[in-house]
Write a protein that binds this ligand. Structure first.
Ligand SMILES: [Mg+2]
Length: 206
């Protein structure tokens, strides 16, 4: 799933750069590509039996090491935050997905100063978590859970176009930030969307 997410992110590099160019320095697509290339290289070296905690920790560390800037640290920490609660876990199911999403939101809040509505990646992650809280707890199908979370994250990412940046360099833009979605939030939507597509095409691994 991470490999598939990386491929979809890399395919959107120019689009993500263009979103960042409207709000910042235009390198978001490059950063995400470098991070996911570093993840792919690190995961390639892992034994197929590696536990999920090691996968998330390695993915987060390599993303952080392969990139710079705030999003490198934030997305790296988001991935690493999944490691703790998945210690000893080998299979990624609906319960694990919900745990990781929740940990990711907490990691963003503890790393940055952003709050929901500040036009950051947090808006997309928060919406995905809300969608999970609102979903039927009896529905344990991973594909439908990820699909719901992805749709919520994608919508929330587009909704950030109507927000003013309240944290980071782009906060200086004021109302000029209106009309452009936050690139980090868009990236998170792409990642969950890629995971949902992968699950729909391949199905969860046994
Ligand atoms: Mg940038």
């Amino acid at each position: 799933m991470l490999d598939c997410a990386g491929q979809k992110i890399i395919a959107q590099e120019a689009y993500l750069n263009s979103l960042d160019a409207a709000l910042g320095d235009g390198d978001h697509g490059i950063t995400m590509r470098l991070g996911f290339q570093a993840i792919a290289a690190a995961l390639n070296e892992l034994d197929p039996q590696t536990g999920l905690d090691v996968i998330f920790r390695k993915a987060g560390m390599s993303f952080m090491g392969g990139t710079g800037g705030a999003i490198g640290v934030i997305f790296g920490k988001m991935l690493m935050s999944g490691a703790g609660p998945l210690h000893g876990v080998q299979q990624f199911g609906t319960a694990e997905f919900k745990i990781v999403l929740r940990e990711m939101e907490l990691a963003i809040i503890s790393t940055g100063k952003a709050k929901v509505g500040d036009k950051t990646i947090l808006d997309a992650v928060h919406a995905a978590n809300q969608a999970m809280l609102d979903s039927d707890p009896q529905d344990q199908d991973l594909g439908s859970a990820v699909s719901k979370a992805a749709k919520a994250a994608e919508k929330a990412a587009q909704d950030t176009a109507g927000m003013i940046c309240r944290v980071g360099r782009a906060s200086r833009l004021g109302a000029r930030a209106l009309g452009c979605p936050d690139p980090g939030a868009v990236s998170f939507g792409i990642i969950l969307g890629a995971m949902a597509d992968w699950l729909a095409e391949t199905g969860p691994t046994a």
